[in-house]
Design a binder for this molecule. Structure first.
Ligand SMILES: Nc1ncnc2c1ncn2[C@@H]1O[C@H](COP(=O)(O)OP(=O)(O)OP(=O)(O)O)[C@@H](O)[C@H]1O
Length: 251
């Protein structure tokens, strides 16, 4: 039994079957990649896991509890954190202030913007944020304006902000989209480090096969809304069905 169990999930948008009978089991403390061509249903599936979409039928169970019917905030409190394609950071604030926000939100169960004014007097929150910046190799950037960071560093900060909430499942939605190769490689190294050092499960959607094969322990290929195959990376690489569906090659 995986930490995340998706069973017979269906989702239609009008006449379009975006997800058809999706089954997915993500084992605890592994990195599970979900790949597939454009329009295969990857983002729709991810949205069903975090409460942004509700499946028409089927179940989504995290650590023995259904996520269906819960708000994105409640699902986050259950231990699922999501990193979006575009970094979701506060560009007007410093790197340190950004890191403090999710820690405050987790502690208080909500976050109000005026809390920023008194944030620096919160010694425990400050210590946790500083410590996470050290873990992310960003301590030297603590006073930088978040807006002035590179795309790779913004993503590093955002991943750190997610981790500061101590999630058990980290969902990554194309974490290296739009990055230069050097930033992509730094992000791969960071995610490998997170995998090795933390008690965490990672599910990743990614188009860049270099990223997928560097990180994934298990891969599910979606095609036209349904799982085509699930296997280990080595077997996925050589699978003619995958090449045909995903790479557009004939077997
Ligand atoms: N809100 C929506 N309303 C109508 N159709 C939608 C909606 N969201 C997604 N779709 C459609 O559902 C299908 C699956 O889309 P989805 O974004 O999940 O695919 P994807 O695999 O994530 O694609 P990509 O790799 O291009 O991001 C597509 O045909 C898309 O146009």
């Amino acid at each position: 039994m995986g930490i995340l169990e998706v069973k017979n999930v269906n989702k239609r948008f009008g006449g379009l079957q975006a997800l058809g009978d999706v089954n997915l089991s993500v084992a605890e403390n592994t990195c599970h990649a979900i790949i597939g061509p454009n329009g295969a249903g990857k983002s729709t599936l991810l949205n069903c896991l975090v409460g942004k979409l509700i499946p028409d039928t089927g179940s989504v169970v995290f650590d023995g509890n259904s996520v269906l019917g819960r708000t994105p905030f409640e699902i986050n409190q259950m231990g699922i954190s999501r990193v979006f394609q575009t970094p979701e950071i506060f560009t007007d604030l410093s790197v340190l202030e950004n890191m403090m926000i999710p820690i405050l939100a987790k502690r208080d169960g909500s976050f109000r913007m005026h809390a920023i004014e008194n944030m620096m007097s919160e010694k425990d929150v400050l210590d946790q944020a500083e410590s996470m910046l050290v873990d992310m190799n960003m301590a030297d950037k603590r006073n930088m304006h978040a807006a002035s960071m590179s795309r790779g560093d913004k993503r590093r900060l955002e991943i750190g902000m997610c981790l500061s909430q101590q999630p058990r499942l980290l969902l990554l939605d194309e974490p290296t989209a739009g990055m230069a190769r050097a930033d992509t490689n730094n992000t791969i190294d960071l995610l490998k480090q997170i995998k090795d050092e933390r008690d965490i499960t990672i599910a990743i959607i990614e188009h860049d096969m270099h990223v997928v094969f560097s990180l994934a322990d298990r891969i599910t290929v979606l095609a036209q809304g349904s799982p085509l195959v699930e296997d280990d990376p080595e077997n996925i690489k050589g699978n003619p069905k995958v090449r045909e569906a995903y790479l557009g090659e004939t077997a």
